[in-house]
Design a protein around this ligand. Sequence first.
Ligand SMILES: NC(=O)c1ccc[n+]([C@@H]2O[C@H](COP(=O)([O-])OP(=O)(O)OC[C@H]3O[C@@H](n4cnc5c(N)ncnc54)[C@H](OP(=O)(O)O)[C@@H]3O)[C@@H](O)[C@H]2O)c1
Length: 431
Amino acid sequence: MKKINIGLLGLGQIGTGLYEILTAKKKQIEQSLNVSFEIVRIAEKYPNAKRKVHPPKKIMTRDALEVVRDPSVDVVVELIGGTTAARSLIKEALKEGKHVVTANKALLAEYGDEIFELAHKMRRWVCFEASVGGGIPCIKALREGLVANNIESVYAIINGTTNYILTQMTETGMGFNEALKGAQAKGYAEADPTLDIQGIDAAHKLAILVRFAFGGRVKFSDIYSEGITQISSDDIAFAKEFGYTIKLLAIAKQSGKGMEARVQPTLLPNAHILASVNGSFNAILMRGDEVGDVLFYGRGAGPHPTASAVIADLVDIAKAGATGPAEDRFMVRALGKTIPVNSIFSILSRYYLRFYVIDRPSVLANISKVLGKYKISISDVIQRERSAGRAVPLILLTHDTHEKNLRAAVREIDRMSCIKGKTQVIRMEEA
Ligand SMILES: NC(=O)c1ccc[n+]([C@@H]2O[C@H](COP(=O)([O-])OP(=O)(O)OC[C@H]3O[C@@H](n4cnc5c(N)ncnc54)[C@H](OP(=O)(O)O)[C@@H]3O)[C@@H](O)[C@H]2O)c1
């Protein structure tokens, strides 16, 4: 039986999940795969802290470098997170000739080039299934099941926290702040939720998906991201009236000579398959030129789903043997050409516009005039009843429009005296 010794960095949520599954399913894995995984060293900041699992004291250390340099370790599993210590530890592990498994999307999105290049040079694997979509095997699908395809588009809900918040807002009518507090109380949002609610976590995952779905280098800063903090319960309610649901989508698609890659709140028609992905669930809808649409759905976070993906990577490494990724088409292609990402200003989209207007005669006519000047045509309108002297919502949906024109028109409209507050702009997608 093949024996793989693991050096684990970080016994936090995912590290603990990994330890639990590898302990509970040791026999099952050995019998079905003929591989024995042994966690031989663990680095953790506070080795003596009280925790759910109790590894032997002698394998625990505070010093992560000790684990990375331990000659008995075959694979380093990095589960500490962040982009500082994790970056240097992974590079050190590769230089030491170890394979690496990581769930660290921030690190791979921002420093993927240097890490994958070093892995290629050292002929070692860096596996990262858990970094996108938690337990959903979407990277493996790209590597194996979809190998005959050129991927044309990816539409994904890849942040469980924001999907949970938007679902709560949709189902109960509560506002963003209340929904965020509820998500924190239930453990779906961190005490500092910035990376999630600003769309940055989803953008990290999208950067990894773009690299491996479309094959090439991608600059993280080229990926435009907008979060959900500005979405109000009014927006959710008006979207419903039009037959739409608001979701935070990560979108990547071929477009002209380059591609579009962005994270944004989006009005999706209720009939869209992603509109019914609720709560903390994730879903990734990919279109291949041969297979058509393929949907992956499941738990995008949490100790056991994420550790499930880490174990799949460990099994791949055990099966791949010593050859390393140097000849692996999937890894080599992702270090090839640079993928040009089009500017957000060049995209063509439909838009939801929500104005608060002082209700006077000809307000709608004046707004329409400005939109017309920028060649923006209106497809639908909701205008609330008059309320003397008070601002009332006016909602317009547009036909396809260039973002550049839309922004110029909204800037001009926002200067009109009948407009109160900043206009809400949300992009729309069709089924
Ligand atoms: N949580 C999820 O559902 C999920 C899903 C997908 C991917 N991921 C990714 O998985 C990774 C781990 O996430 P997590 O939720 O398990 O985080 P976590 O609960 O914060 O665990 C990280 C652990 O590593 C320890 N640590 C930090 N720096 C260290 C160092 N230099 N040496 C030794 N130990 C160190 C931390 O100690 P302190 O707490 O004392 O700092 C903590 O116990 C992250 O990259 C995350 O993005 C997580």
